[in-house]
Design a binder for this molecule. Structure first.
Ligand SMILES: Nc1ncnc2c1ncn2[C@@H]1O[C@H](COP(=O)(O)OP(=O)(O)OP(=O)(O)O)[C@@H](O)[C@H]1O
Ligand SMILES: [Mg+2]
Length: 213
């Protein structure tokens, strides 16, 4: 069992979208639980809209201090969506104490990088939890956006997922529709959207496969 925190104190980085869709893809092969410790409760709202259609289990309003106990539950992976602000730092710190891995989604914009670096340097690195940056909401129609962001992360020397998450309208609509990526109406855009998350899930698997037993 692995506990994966999805964290970045920069708001709107794509944490909730990453949590729900990565969980959906992981649930195709594993027993998955999503936990919401964010007082803003975006994941909970999304999960409520989805109702019984959700392809994984969901736990709302979880006290981060109780997360360690959840390790004994019969799941292969627990994804934890965390708060995107500085006020709730204590919640994030509690999550990082028990997490085995941290996914750090960030928008592919230069101005979003300093607040992300702050979260990494002040909270993630001190906790000693392995992490990777995940470029999110990447607009493929903006020439050079992806390459520019990749170069910036490279220059700072942060580990990142090779694959990025592209920006699609279907992702923005999903919380209102109560769907996750594996349930979007079939289209070329859906196929690409699913492919992004499958690629990230595979990268996670390969990181874990190379870990010492
Ligand atoms: N890949 C994407 N394509 C299109 N829209 C996206 C994508 N990822 C996120 N969004 C949209 O961007 C906004 C912010 O995303 P999200 O809520 O996932 O970020 P967050 O980091 O959880 O925010 P917060 O810090 O407020 O918790 C939402 O409106 C969401 O629908
Ligand atoms: Mg969120």
């Amino acid at each position: 069992m692995r506990i994966v925190a999805v964290a970045n104190q920069k708001g709107g980085a794509g944490k909730t979208t990453t949590t729900m869709n990565l969980a959906a893809v992981a649930a195709e092969h594993s027993r998955v639980l999503v936990v919401d410790v964010d007082p803003q409760q975006s994941t909970t709202w999304w999960a409520d809209t989805a109702g019984d259609a959700l392809p994984f289990d969901f736990a709302a309003e979880v006290d981060a201090a109780h997360l360690a106990r959840m390790r004994d539950l019969p799941y292969d992976v627990i994804f934890v969506d965390t708060p995107g602000n500085l006020t709730d730092s204590a919640i994030l710190e509690s999550v990082l104490e028990v997490a085995d891995f941290v996914i750090v989604p960030t928008e592919a914009e230069a101005l979003c990088v300093p607040p992300m670096v702050r979260t990494i340097q002040q909270l993630i690195e001190p906790a000693g939890t392995p992490f990777r940056v995940l470029l999110s909401k990447v607009d493929m129609r903006t020439a050079g956006q992806l390459e520019g962001a990749e170069e910036l992360i490279e220059t700072i020397g942060l580990p990142r997922f090779t694959r990025a998450i592209r920006r699609y309208k279907i992702h923005a609509d999903a919380p209102i529709d109560g769907t996750v990526v594996t349930q979007y109406p079939e289209s070329r855009q859906t196929a690409k959207a699913i492919d992004d998350y499958r690629a990230v899930a595979l990268e996670l698997m390969s990181i874990w496969a190379h870990e010492a037993p």
